[in-house]
Design a protein around this ligand. Structure first.
Ligand code: SF4
Ligand code: SF4
Length: 287
C-alpha cells in the first residue's frame, strides 16, 4: 500500500479553514487517513493571523507546520518556538523569495551583509532559531548551492556515517554582520522606523498598519524597494493569502496615534508608503 509520509493542509488562513480541519469534515478525513495508515503525519501551512496559528498549534491535530518565518519578518518566531518546544516540526516557507527576494539583493543590502550573502545570513538566522526545515524554491541545480554549502561535506566525504548538521549556525562574524545590517536599517530610517510592536491595532478601517510599515522599513531601510513594491501591489489581489487593505484605506481618524509607543505619524507614513510603492514596483525610489 502506498503511504504519504507527511500530509499538510495548505492555507489554514481563516477561522472557517481551521474549523474545517480541526472539528469539521476535514478533521474526519484526516483522522481516517491516519487510522488507515495512508499518511504518516498531518500538518498545516498558514498565512493567517497569529491567533489563528496559535489555535491550530493548540488543537493537537498537527505534528508539523509551515509558516512565514523570515530574517526580515520575525513576528511568527515565537509561534515557531512554541511549536518546536512541543515537538512539532517547523518549516520556513520561502525564505529566499517571500523572505525578501534575497536571491537578488539590492546593493545596499549586499553591502550591509558583507562579507556574507544576504541569503546565507537569512538561512543561518532561521537555522539558529531552531527551525527544522527550510523550503528553498530551487528552479535550477545552482539554486541548491546554498543548501549544499550549509550542509557541509557529504557523510561519504567526511568518511563517516549519516549525520545531520546541527550548527552552530551563527559564528561571531555572522552575529556581527546581522548587527551591522540592523544598525544600517535603523540609521536610514531614523525616527521613522516602525518597531513592529502592533500596539497601533486595531484600525477601525482595517488598515494593516504594521505590515504596511514593515514594507516601508524594508524599502527605506534596506533598499528592498522591488520586493516591497511587489508585495504592496499584491494587496487586495490575493484573497485570504495576503492583506486586503492598503494605505489608501486610512481615513486619518487618528485612533492609532496615541497607541504608538514611538509616536510615529502613522497616517503620513502610510501615505508616503502608498506614494512610493503603489506605482511600478521595479522603479527606483527614495533617491
Ligand atoms: S489614522 Fe488611519 S491607520 Fe490610524 S486608525 Fe485611523 S484609519 Fe487606521
Ligand atoms: S504601534 Fe507604532 S511602532 Fe508599533 S507597529 Fe504600530 S506604527 Fe509600528
Amino acid at each position: 500500500m502506498s503511504r504519504l509520509t507527511s500530509l499538510a493542509v495548505h492555507g489554514l488562513n481563516r477561522p472557517e479553514h481551521l474549523a474545517w480541519a480541526t472539528t469539521g469534515p476535514g478533521a474526519e478525513l484526516l483522522a481516517w487517513a491516519l487510522e488507515e495508515g495512508l499518511v504518516g503525519q498531518v500538518g498545516f501551512s498558514s498565512h493567517g493571523a497569529n491567533d489563528l496559528i496559535e489555535a491550530a498549534l493548540a488543537s493537537g491535530r498537527f505534528t508539523f507546520c509551515s509558516l512565514h518565518l523570515h530574517l526580515f519578518d520575525p513576528t511568527r518566531l515565537p509561534l515557531a518556538r512554541t511549536a518546536l518546544a512541543e515537538g512539532l516540526g517547523v518549516l520556513a516557507i520561502s525564505p529566499a523569495d517571500k523572505g525578501g527576494r534575497l536571491y537578488d539583493p539590492p546593493a545596499e543590502l549586499q553591502a550591509d551583509c558583507a562579507p556574507f550573502h544576504p541569503l546565507e545570513l537569512a538561512y543561518r538566522f532561521l537555522l539558529d532559531q531552531g527551525i527544522s526545515t527550510l523550503s528553498l524554491g530551487a528552479e535550477q541545480p545552482g539554486d541548491l548551492a546554498w543548501a549544499a554549502a550549509l550542509a557541509g561535506p557529504s557523510p561519504a566525504d567526511r568518511g563517516c556515517g549519516p549525520s545531520s548538521p546541527t550548527g552552530p549556525w551563527l559564528t561571531t562574524a555572522h552575529h556581527s554582520a546581522l548587527a551591522r545590517l540592523a544598525a544600517a536599517g535603523r540609521t536610514r530610517l531614523g525616527a521613522e522606523r516602525c518597531g513592529q510592536c502592533r500596539a497601533c491595532l486595531p484600525c477601525p478601517n482595517g488598515v494593516p498598519i504594521p505590515e504596511l510599515l514593515r514594507l516601508r522599513n524594508l524599502a527605506v531601510g534596506h533598499g528592498m524597494t522591488a520586493f516591497a513594491g511587489e508585495r504592496y501591489n499584491l494587496i487586495g489581489r490575493a484573497g485570504h493569502w495576503w492583506e486586503e487593505a492598503n494605505a489608501e484605506a486610512c481615513r486619518r481618524c487618528g485612533a492609532c496615534l496615541p497607541r504608538c509607543p514611538l509616536a510615529l505619524p502613522i497616517p503620513e507614513l502610510l501615505a508616503d508608503t502608498h506614494r512610493h510603492l503603489a506605482a511600478a514596483p521595479r522603479r527606483r525610489l527614495w533617491g
